[in-house]
Design a protein around this ligand. Structure first.
Ligand code: SF4
Length: 744
């Protein structure tokens, strides 16, 4: 399976008008530039464009970056650059989004270039190492003359053309004072700064006055950038912040993402990453070119694959490194030593210090919902994005609960969590998202003793990830439950050694077990766990049903399928929220009177519990109603909407007994969903059903408006709570007047 290329560095001119002594093209081992055409020909550009178009179409790539590079690309001249952009845009038009860039030393940049780049949507990056003293250390003409004034002139031109000003590229020299460099660059108001570690290998290590001179230099800049409020993007720092939080890197300099970059030289030959020129003569060569080879062929070149293997392709030292998911072994070139890349980076000590510092100094992202999102949630349904924000916050909460239990977990279990988080995060998060994992964790934290069930959570995640596992897990009532996976029946004792191997699940004993996988209900592409086995599910205000027999299971499946069809068709505004947050449907024991029973539990985010109602429309109503409680619970986990010390009881129009303020708020919010259900239902059904729908709508409009009045008059709402309740009230008032809610 080929990993498609997404970044193309196209050499349009192979010579340069400067003679910077840190340049990897001319000043290092590889001297292949000597044999290349100076300027890329129109014919070669045509072949390049055709190869890229063929590649992106074959792999359905949605967006690519093409960087016009050199040497110095402006030496190609206005006409040739214009022609190159036209050919690329022409060939790739309609194939995918193409972001064009040019990386220049700026010496030749003029207004005509700027017009041309604006016309073709080409973003311009300029290489500049800081103030004049810093820049003059390396970036000189062959005569030794400074290039600084010329480069500054180019940057001033770009500052007047912000639509094409991409930023500055600064190669670090630790002899330069870091803050002076940073401030000189910041003054030029670049949208982005790229700090580049000097190209070096273990065979040609960088100039280094102290063991971590580069980390110390970058940390000084990071501190100032952070204190300044991060006035521009700094790709290296942002990549480190992102990778320490598990997100993708923005740069090849750090992170474990596969490289998707290929270089194409002026003669049409494909080359590996350009910086390899510092390793040895011929290091970047692939032996392939645009005339004879498709990009798919070069995509399987060992040199390309070596930069795509993630953790497996790193040295043993890196694989064991605690910050490897953030560092990723650093830039590939920096690992070279005596013919091999199987080493940590020559900047390893710097990377350890820099990444650890940024990780420790950067706050974890706060979960936020914009006011517009909260307003939209107050209308009843909320948007898919709001639901995603709430679900993300719930995941963080569960992670915090699990982390709080770490002192009560066996070391081997915690190591498994660490491994899962690093390599199988999706599987781990799917198990952590199970509503009753939080219920268990909260119960456990309120009591004492071991947190043995953590092993069940870890084992479930391992099985979901398709991994074998042998682990001592918690058992009870003759069974081992693995959340979201299933239950193993026929075991003895409080703990057993679970053995999951090649899809078979058992124990290390010889007894016969019965494995009962978790069952689901579904409609189309949406499915939920039908939870009738989790030992922690009995937390609702009504007893949970026992395991369903075949006929009860079939009834639930049919009813859910029809109910979900109805929700998708008639209540799409609720369907999007349910899709984003509802994971589990928990059958409750039927009420002896046959009345409808449904419930949620404060800590079971994602679960709705109900006894099977008489018809699918009622199930749809129960799902919408109860999920309102789930959503509001998640909002209350993030925000204070009322004074928690208020102990008064309030009248709710739909029940006899008075309620605490939170109960009244919960009930009102849930009944806004009910009101909305009947509002739509009036237009769906006919005859007596329609009369009933009208009555129910009028009844619930009255109840919810009265309840929002009680809430607003309680004097116990926070300013945010007042806003939330006011939106609820305006919503129902609008419905009552036959209008749409103003915040929906
Ligand atoms: S810090 Fe060093 S050992 Fe760790 S991943 Fe990076 S290069 Fe490898």
């Amino acid at each position: 399976m080929v990993t498609p290329f997404r970044q193309f560095v196209l050499k349009v001119h192979s010579r340069c008008d400067l003679a910077c002594n840190h340049c990897y093209v001319y000043e290092h081992a590889d001297q292949s530039w000597r044999s290349r055409p100076k300027v890329i020909s129109a014919h070669t550009v045509g072949r390049v464009a055709a190869r890229i178009a063929e590649h992106v179409r074959r792999h359905d790539v949605d967006k690519i970056d093409v960087v016009l590079h050199g040497g110095e690309p402006l030496l190609a001249g206005h006409e040739r650059l214009d022609e190159i952009a036209r050919v690329l845009r022409g060939a790739l038009d309609g194939a995918c989004q193409v972001d064009l860039h040019i990386q220049t030393n700026g010496i030749l940049l003029d207004e005509r270039h700027c017009d041309l780049f604006a016309e073709h949507g080409i973003q311009v990056g300029v290489s500049l190492d800081g103030d004049k003293a810093a820049n003059d250390r390396h970036r000189l003409y062959a005569s030794g003359r400074s290039s600084y004034d010329q480069v500054l002139r180019a940057v001033e031109l770009l500052r007047k053309r912000p639509e094409i000003y991409a930023g500055l590229l600064c190669t670090i020299d630790v002899a330069n004072e870091p803050i002076t460099v940073y401030e000189a660059l910041r003054e030029l108001q670049p949208p982005r700064i790229d700090f580049l570690l000097p190209y070096a290998t273990w065979d040609n290590p960088p100039e280094r006055p102290s063991p971590t001179a580069y980390a110390d230099w970058l940390i000084a800049v990071f501190e100032r950038w952070n204190a300044d409020g991060r006035p521009m993007s700094v790709r290296l720092f942002e990549s480190i912040i992102r990778t320490t939080r598990g997100d993708a890197s923005l740069s090849e300099a750090v992170g474990l993402e596969p490289s998707t970059m290929i270089v194409i030289d002026t003669d049409g030959s494909y080359e590996l990453v350009d910086s390899l020129k510092v390793a040895y003569d011929g290091a970047p060569a692939t032996g392939h070119d645009v005339f004879q080879h498709a990009l798919d062929e070069v995509a399987t070149h060992p040199g390309v694959l070596a930069r795509q293997g993630g953790l497996e392709n790193l040295s043993a030292t890196c694989r064991e490194c605690p910050i490897v998911t953030s560092c990723g072994g650093g830039l590939y070139t920096h690992r070279f030593r005596a013919g091999s890349f199987d080493n940590p980076s020559v900047y390893c000590a710097d990377l350890v210090k820099l990444i650890s510092h940024i990780r420790d100094e950067t706050e974890m992202p706060a979960h936020k919902i914009p006011y517009a999102g909260l307003d939209s949630l107050a209308t009843g349904s909320g948007s898919a994005a709001d639901m995603e924000r709430l679900a993300d916050a719930q995941l963080s909460l569960r992670r915090a609960l699990i982390a709080a239990l770490r002192p009560r977990a066996a070391d081997e279990v915690w190591e498994l969590f660490t491994r899962l988080d690093r390599h199988h995060r999706e599987a781990l998060e799917a198990v952590l998202a199970h509503p009753y994992v939080r219920v268990w964790a909260v119960e456990r934290l309120q009591g004492e003793g071991e947190a043995t069930y953590l092993a069940n959570v870890a084992a479930a995640a391992m099985i979901r990830a398709g991994q074998d596992v042998t682990l001592r897990v918690a058992a009870g009532h003759g069974a081992v439950h693995l959340p979201t996976v299933g239950t193993l029946h026929g075991v003895d004792g409080d703990t057993v050694t679970l053995v999951a191997q090649a899809g078979e699940i058992g124990t290390d004993g010889t007894a016969k077990h019965e494995w009962r996988p978790v069952r689901t209900v579904s409609c189309g592409d949406f499915s939920l766990v039908l939870e009738d086995a989790d030992p922690h599910r009995d937390c609702h205000q009504w007893p949970a049903a026992d395991r369903l027999d075949a006929s009860a299971l079939s009834a639930w499946r049919h009813s859910f399928e029809a109910a979900w069809f109805l929700i998708e068709k008639e209540y799409p505004q609720y369907a999007q929220g349910l899709r984003g947050g509802l994971t589990t449907l928990t059958p409750l024991a039927p009420a002896p009177t046959g009345r409808d029973v449904s419930s949620t539990a404060r800590h079971a985010f994602g679960a709705v519990a109900a006894a099977l109602p008489a018809d699918p429309a009622t199930l749809a109503l129960l799902l919408i109603h109860e999920f309102q409680h789930v959503k509001l619970g998640a909002v209350l986990d993030l925000f204070d909407l009322f004074d928690k010390s208020d102990t008064r009881l309030y009248h709710a129009p739909w029940r006899e007994d008075p309620r605490p303020l939170e109960g009244l708020l919960q009930g009102t919010y849930a009944h806004i969903g009910v009101t909305d259900f009947w509002r739509t239902r009036r237009n769906v059904v006919r005859g007596a059903a329609q009369v009933k729908a009208e009555e129910e709508f009028a009844r619930w409009c009255g109840h919810t408006l009265a309840a929002t009045g009680t809430l607003a008059g309680s004097q116990a709402l926070t300013p945010l709570g007042e806003r939330f309740v006011a939106r609820m009230r305006e919503t129902v008032a609008a419905w009552q007047a036959g209008e749409e809610a103003p915040w929906s």
